[in-house]
Design a protein. Structure first.
Length: 176
């Protein structure tokens, strides 16, 4: 009878050693997998482009470079602005403007951020009174650029915007 008890003890030991072997295999597979997944997730979290999560209408600093005169030029993007204007026949048209401002320092770009709604208001209030004949053609576009630059500089003083650059200027008939 002692042999039967010894056999059952041997079976219990074999089952427990087989169970611990499966546990060790499970630990050696699951733990590295979790570590790899956590590493990949942290990599994408750290190195992902933060601007892709922000709104597309947020103004951004596009480029900072040194000008030929030795000063720094910062290009500051403004969001696209759409204004309804009339043509000479009184038909409503959409004017889409996307432009950037040239600033003289990175400090100016930080100081101008809270003033962006004021700048957009200046652009809208001036262009809404125009008709399509007043903004078509190169000389009229140059006049509009200079007029907007003057009005923006008045509204953001003492910060100085040195130039405006049109990125998009599109007049389109309204689709009814």
């Amino acid at each position: 009878m002692s042999n039967i008890d010894d056999d059952s003890d041997n079976l219990d030991e074999a089952e427990s050693s087989a169970g611990s072997g499966k546990g060790k295999k499970l630990i050696f597979i699951v733990v590295p997998t979790i570590i790899i997944i956590a590493g990949i997730a942290s990599f994408f979290t750290i190195f992902s482009d933060s601007s892709s999560s922000s709104s597309s209408n947020d103004p951004t600093i596009v480029k900072s470079s040194v000008s030929s005169s030795g000063g720094v030029v910062v290009f500051y993007d403004l969001p696209e602005i759409t204004v309804q204007i009339k043509d000479s026949a009184g038909v409503m048209e959409d004017l889409k403007i996307k432009l950037n401002m040239e600033l003289t320092s990175n400090e100016d770009s930080k100081a101008i951020e809270p003033l962006i709604p004021r700048i957009i208001d200046v652009i809208i209030t001036h262009t809404v009174e125009l008709n399509s004949n007043e903004v078509s053609g190169i000389s009229n576009l140059y006049w509009l650029k200079e007029e907007l630059l003057h009005r923006i500089n008045l509204s953001v003083a003492p910060i100085r915007v040195s130039n405006l650059n049109f990125k998009t200027f599109e007049i389109s008939k309204r689709g009814n």
